[in-house]
Design a protein around this ligand. Structure first.
Ligand SMILES: Cc1ncc(COP(=O)(O)O)c(C=O)c1O
Length: 454
């Protein structure tokens, strides 16, 4: 039994299914691929970017590792977990073109960014720079540092409003850096998203990083969405710190992220949970290995996730499929809405933002949980994040290898239903002469123009 279980783990890690020469025959990309994942048959997942999801083989590996650790916890936690983790780090380092000595595993991007920021010893007067599109938790970390600095630290925010091309971003950013230069208040570090959450923009970090480093500003890249969505080349990019979630786009189980730290800072970076490995200077690998008792199984799913990706066609094929689908699917939704997508094609990885046909974007009821409730209760078989930006409401839609264009059309239909009713109610409440009710005026045919009440 024990031997069988061990062999199963090995086979899972290697992606071997008996009798087919070590390669699984996966369903084709698109709808057929849904079989390889866990989603309910009537659920159309278009929100992959939020938490990621993993294929069934990754779920199998996760459970196998959880059981393995219980069979002999000492053997696992004192010996084998470390060895296995080193292999995982090596595989990920190879994927992002980094030295495996420079990367450690952390449970999530929030943990990695906390580790970096809270390890820094700031001098009085220093500033932290970030974009206004920063992910909310990261904004909170910076605010926390400022709040607890006794007034010696401040933040500098570069406002971004989209649509805006990458070229325009770079020009405006350079001007902003020049205009805000202040020797009395040097910018110690900048947090830049590789791919922002909302709006979902792939930032030209290969040009942003040198711009900052030239000015002696350390660069921390929030790559929460990056690995598996866009290629990452740490050696070429040369950030000082880079964090990326393997549980979002790489198909690892949740609670799995990679933190890269440039060698010259490793002695100063401690995990957010200080632990028995603490030393001065920090022993980077040691301190990040044992951050308190935890389940390492999600980290251990990386080899299976990578094997699955190879079998699905490899990194380039997956990224291209998702990119093309996001771009074309987003444009199809915009066509049905009579609106537009937010991004230039180069700003799209696997997510796209489409403007919703909302007549009164300033309706205060839309600012709360309204969109979430509408989707979860009225259209629970698909979900996408909705947010307000630049005076309009947008929906962020994720493309994944288990989606095809028809999923985007289905989502568009749901949002058209929601927006139609919203616009109609808005008309009924704001126009006193309107006497007809929704049930008598709506023609919910498939035509976009007849569906949207402008
Ligand atoms: C840009 C960005 N940064 C950080 C995070 C946080 O990731 P996690 O919750 O895995 O720490 C997210 C989550 O969606 C994100 O979009």
């Amino acid at each position: 039994m024990k031997l069988y279980a061990t062999i199963t783990v090995v086979l899972l890690v290697l992606g071997v299914h008996a009798g087919n020469g070590g390669k699984r025959q996966l369903p084709a990309l698109g709808r057929p691929m849904r079989e390889a994942f866990y989603m309910d048959p009537d659920f159309v997942q278009l929100n992959h970017g939020a938490y990621g999801t993993y294929p069934k083989v990754v779920g199998d590996a996760l459970r196998e590792y959880q059981q393995r650790s219980e069979r002999n916890p000492d053997l696992w936690l004192r010996r084998d977990a470390k060895t296995e983790l080193a292999k995982v780090r090596q595989m990920l380092a190879d994927l992002v073109n980094a030295d495996s000595a420079d990367v450690v595993m952390v449970p999530n991007t929030t943990g990695g960014i906390n580790a970096v920021f809270r390890s820094l010893v700031f001098a009085a007067g220093e500033r932290i720079l970030h974009l206004s599109s920063i992910y909310n938790s990261m904004g909170s970390i910076i605010q926390y540092l400022v709040d607890y600095s006794n007034g010696s630290l401040s933040k500098l925010v570069f406002d971004v409003t989209y649509p805006m091309s990458n070229e325009d971003f770079l020009l405006a950013f350079e001007t902003f850096l020049n205009q805000t230069e202040d020797p009395a208040h040097p910018i110690r570090i900048a947090l830049i998203d590789h791919i922002t959450s909302v709006p979902s923009i792939v930032n030209p970090i290969e040009r942003i990083i040198p711009m900052l480093k030239q000015r002696n500003i350390s660069v921390l890249i929030d790559g929460a969405h990056a690995i598996g969505q866009v290629p990452i080349n740490i050696t070429a990019l040369q950030p000082d710190y880079y964090v990326t979630n393997c549980h979002k786009w790489l198909y690892a189980a949740r609670g799995c992220a990679l933190l890269y730290v440039d060698k010259k800072y490793q002695g100063e970076v401690h995990p957010a949970q200080i632990n028995s490995g603490y030393s001065q200077p920090a022993n980077f690998q040691n301190e990040f290995f044992w951050t308190g008792t935890m389940d390492y199984s999600s980290y251990m799913t990386v080899p299976t996730a990578l094997q699955f990706r190879r079998e699905a066609g490899g990194e380039d094929v997956i990224m291209k499929y998702n990119h093309d689908l996001a771009y074309n699917g987003g444009r199809r939704m915009a066509e049905l809405f009579g609106t537009s997508i937010m991004q230039d094609e180069e700003q799209i990885g696997s997510m796209v933002d489409v403007r919703l046909p909302v007549n009164n974007p300033d309706d205060s009821k839309l600012d709360g949980e309204w969109w979430i409730d509408e989707q979860l209760y009225r259209h629970p078989n698909t979900f996408s994040s909705v947010y307000k930006h630049n005076g309009s409401w947008w929906v962020r839609v994720s493309a994944q290898i288990y989606n095809d264009l028809s999923d985007f059309e289905l989502s568009a239909q749901h949002f058209l239903d929601i927006c139609n009713e919203l616009n109609m109610n808005d008309q009924t409440t704001t126009t006193s002469t309107t006497t007809t009710s929704a049930s008598t005026t709506t023609d919910n045919s498939n035509s976009a123009s007849s569906n949207v009440i402008m």
